[in-house]
Unconditional design. Structure first.
Length: 45
């Protein structure tokens, strides 16, 4: 039960962070920032 609670809590916090980012409350929010993998960049070039 504690593991499931932590899993659901992390899901909630993740979604909340995305909603707040898109709400642009501080004037700095906006689009999602995607992680750029250095390994993939090396493989593609």
């Amino acid at each position: 039960a504690p593991r499931q609670f932590l899993n659901r809590l992390s899901d909630l916090l993740f979604v909340l962070a995305r909603v707040l980012n898109r709400a642009n409350l501080d004037g700095l929010g906006g689009d999602d920032v995607y992680w750029r993998s250095e390994r993939l960049a090396r493989e593609q070039s």
